[in-house]
Design a protein around this ligand. Sequence first.
Ligand SMILES: C[S@@+](CC[C@H](N)C(=O)[O-])C[C@H]1O[C@@H](n2cnc3c(N)ncnc32)[C@H](O)[C@@H]1O
Length: 248
Amino acid sequence: MESKWVKAFYKRQFEMFAYLDEYSEHYLDLAKEIEQQVNQPFQSVLEIGAGNGHLAKTLASLGKDVTTVELVPELVDFARQDEPKGVTSICASFYDVDLNDSFDVLLYIDGFGVDGDDEQLYLLKRISQWLKLNGVGLIDIYNPTYWKKAAGQTMSIDPSKSVLRKYDYDQENHRMIDTWWEEGAPHDTYTQSLACYKSSEIENLCLQAGLKIVDWYPGGAMDWDEWTYYPKSSLKDCLSYRIKIVKA
Ligand SMILES: C[S@@+](CC[C@H](N)C(=O)[O-])C[C@H]1O[C@@H](n2cnc3c(N)ncnc32)[C@H](O)[C@@H]1O
């Protein structure tokens, strides 16, 4: 069901930056922020699109039981190294993984919007089924206002500045486009594209899936004039915002 670019892009991204995929204090800050945003006691967590698994390991270190679902086998193999008790890593697509369980908390940190509205709605319906009756979901959503302004910006990604990226915006389908290439090979590109949603649009999609948004947490934003990244911004200006969802 997932678009063709997805597996290839995230596998390539991991191959290029595995050497940067070290654990950092950032994950403890993120885990604590998640605890605050959930704002009720919880034990079981389902993290989808889990990437390198560092967040799951950190949540396990705080005593949580975490199941992860990640599509790219190389990322799952990486996550399984030194996997602590309390983490179960599943290599599968969130569109068809078979989970006979429900969870206190559902996380999709960075990455929502890989496919079209129909697929996103299908996924939200699955999320609703995975949540316990009083469970809570946290999902990061890309903000169209930010990404329209970002179109045309080019920058380097890694510390050695050998990989470059250019942002674009698909006005018709409301998707941010992020194209990467290695310096000296500008024609050998790989691209990710993520759907962006205004607050009213994601609210509507959630309602169709039987989910209600009960809180909003804006993330950071790049100031393109000052060329400075600010880690906290407004809902209007942020790069992405996190929604807190419950069963409607
Ligand atoms: C932008 S990355 C974010 C990774 C991690 N959550 C983080 O914040 O670092 C999105 C992740 O979602 C995964 N993903 C995309 N489509 C998926 C699918 N259908 N099923 C499971 N994982 C998927 C990708 O492979 C990638 O690792």
